[in-house]
Design a protein around this ligand. Structure first.
Ligand code: SF4
Ligand code: SF4
Length: 124
């Protein structure tokens, strides 16, 4: 099993980390403009075009930046409840319960099972 997060779409809402029963996700800081990803944002298997390079998808920013839902969106750092970026640090532990796939507001989680089937998040 492999799990990664398309970083440019991640809002930092932390829904994935909160719902995953096997601790696949950790929240990492976004790093600095000079060194995006310095705090481990690119530790998972996201392909190069979905690694964190310091820029969020503008459509996601427009959709989520002003939403008052109790989460920090696009914050540099995680405050223990939200912020930063989600990183699938333990993708091999995934049991494909699909909880994160329906909770990911950025629709940016990609899971590949051992047979090569690909599952993508669609926000409920
Ligand atoms: S599908 Fe996998 S990564 Fe997502 S919440 Fe379930 S166990 Fe965790
Ligand atoms: S649920 Fe999606 S958008 Fe929210 S922190 Fe996790 S990967 Fe990012």
């Amino acid at each position: 099993m492999d799990v990664y997060v398309e970083k440019e779409h991640c809002t930092g809402c932390q829904h994935c980390k909160d719902v995953c029963p096997v601790a696949v996700f950790e929240m990492k800081g976004r790093g600095t403009p000079d060194n995006p990803g310095a705090e481990g944002a690119n530790m998972d298997s996201a392909p190069p075009d979905h690694q964190w390079k310091g820029k969020s998808n503008p459509e996601n920013v427009q959709k989520w930046s002003n939403v008052q839902d109790g989460h920090r969106h696009f914050a540099q750092d995680n405050n223990g409840t939200s912020g930063g970026l989600s990183v699938a640090v333990n993708g091999s532990a995934c049991i494909l319960c699909q909880a994160c796939l329906i909770e990911c507001e950025g629709e940016d989680i990609v899971i590949t099972d051992d047979s090569g089937n690909v599952y993508r998040s669609i926000y409920k």
